[in-house]
Design a binder for this molecule. Sequence first.
Ligand code: ADP
Ligand code: MG
Length: 363
Amino acid sequence: GYHKVVKENMNLHNMVQDLKGNIRVYCRIRPSFNAESKNAIDFIGNDGSLVIIDPSKTQKDGKKVFQFNRVFSPTATQDEVFKDTQPLIRSVMDGYNVCIFAYGQTGSGKTHTMSGPSGRSTKDLGINYLALNDLFQMCNRRKDIIDYEIYVQMVEIYNEQIRSCSENGFTLPDATLRSVKSTTHVLNLMKLGEVNRVVSSTASNNQSSRSHSVLTVHVHGKDMSGSTIRSCLHLVDLAGSERVDKSEVTGERLKEAQYINKSLSCLGDVITALAQKNSHIPYRNSKLTLLLQDSLGGHAKTLMFAHISPEEESFCETFSTLKFAQRVSTVELGAARLNRESSEVIQLKEQIEILKMALANKE
Ligand code: ADP
Ligand code: MG
């Protein structure tokens, strides 16, 4: 009885998600680390509403209201956050392309959500690990019906250059994907990525990442009838979104900042173009959007985590993150599409290829 109810709820959940469109925005507020600073968060609603207070507005109350699919308070645990992400991740196993990205200023908790606390701790691991763990469990549960293979690839985009991660550090992007069989495998790869990731000092955080880090999971499945599933999950930890004061940085730092601003605004442009159902979507304007192309658009499911810091000092960046997130959340995309092909379709495609070759030979 219980399981049936759970299953029905899940189906209903998926249906509701499909009706609502495929872009969701969750906001996560990290705990405050400064007991002395005032809190800019006024109200967190269970329904995804959020109110912040602009400290510079002394005359009026300065309250600004936002609405998202969910807001996680500073006390939310990694497991709670994962629970609300799990249905999306599971849909990858059914053949949907999914993109999950963490956006926000440096120090707002992006890496915490995606990877977990930095260092060697295996406590509080983030979505990257929990997602793969869940996918492996699903492979196992479905092994009598579907034969799955999981491949991962870790790349970093730094100054508009894509580098993939290997034992020898970051190298040029290679097409070789790693087949992974266990989460230990993945953990090792993630550690490697962390070590290799470009870190440098900025005014706001001396361990800040100036690169976008993308963990891509490819799922290949085949069932008894020969039907195949090919889908991918992009897990993205974006570079800090803060606007850099040009008078403060020069040289390399300024160049990094300009590249980051450019690629984040391209991400915004792509989402806006999708929202307006433009015939041309400017994926090619940045390496980031190019990389995410297949999982960012009409047929894929997208989840954005808007990360904010609660302190009053961060108000300007918080406000700008929330405005970007609000723009993303108003996007309405059509229904997601399954990347699933029956054995008949595959056979027909093969026949077409054979005929094409025969035709080419004739000419
Ligand atoms: P970002 O990747 O956005 O620059 P981090 O994830 O590195 O930010 O977070 C900055 C610091 O705050 C880290 O020390 C991190 O462990 C801590 N932190 C962030 N979010 C949380 C959270 N929800 N709970 C506890 N600590 C957090
Ligand atoms: Mg980070």
